[in-house]
Design a protein around this ligand. Sequence first.
Ligand code: ATP
Ligand code: MG
Length: 216
Amino acid sequence: MITLALSKGRIFDETLPLLKAAGIEVLEDPEKSRKLILPTNQPDVRVVLVRATDVPTYVEYGGADVGVTGKDVLLEHGGSGLYQPLDLQIARCHMAVAVPAGFDYPSAVRQGARITVATKYTAIARDFFAEKGVHVDLIKLYGSMELAPLTGLADAIVDLVSTGKTLKANQLVEVEHIMDISSHLVVNQAALKLKTAPIRRIIDTFAAAVSQAETV
Ligand code: ATP
Ligand code: MG
């Protein structure tokens, strides 16, 4: 049995075509079913639905053999114990620093001011500002980061951006592009040794489907 950990929403939706390329079809719609374990047309492959931030943990400890997870989640997790063979180029967005339209970020940085930054991504934010030599006080949040500067909780946020519409709707402007983000295939290292052939087949067919998608 191969267990694949996915999170509901864009990662699940964008992984379906890759699974299809590997001849795997999920037999239930997670938006309609309450099941957390979904069978596939392959009796020896199943999908488990977990929170996006829990995918690396499931794969690290062998609750799942393979998983699909955002680079953001992977960097926050640390990636220990995970084999990361493939960037799937799905769920693409980027990590950014944003501030209220009235906040003069460049001069705060120039003057060496301490900046209060609210984010769900404390590891990524800590590394980014340390590298830049900017002093920050980080405030860990679990969602709705855009609200923090509007209420005086923070000067800036570090968050994922795709269209920029959410920033705009909250009068925030992007001032730093930290990194591009996409989702990656992660594999449990023991599973790779014990179930080499079926896992290799998934890695190889996914890789072929990704490079196919890149050329169109
Ligand atoms: P949860 O819903 O469990 O709290 P979440 O809200 O972080 O988790 P999603 O919003 O489904 O989960 O995001 C899952 C992954 O998709 C993220 O880790 C990121 O890699 C990617 N992602 C997030 N936002 C976007 C976006 N706007 N565009 C493209 N990809 C995104
Ligand atoms: Mg969500």
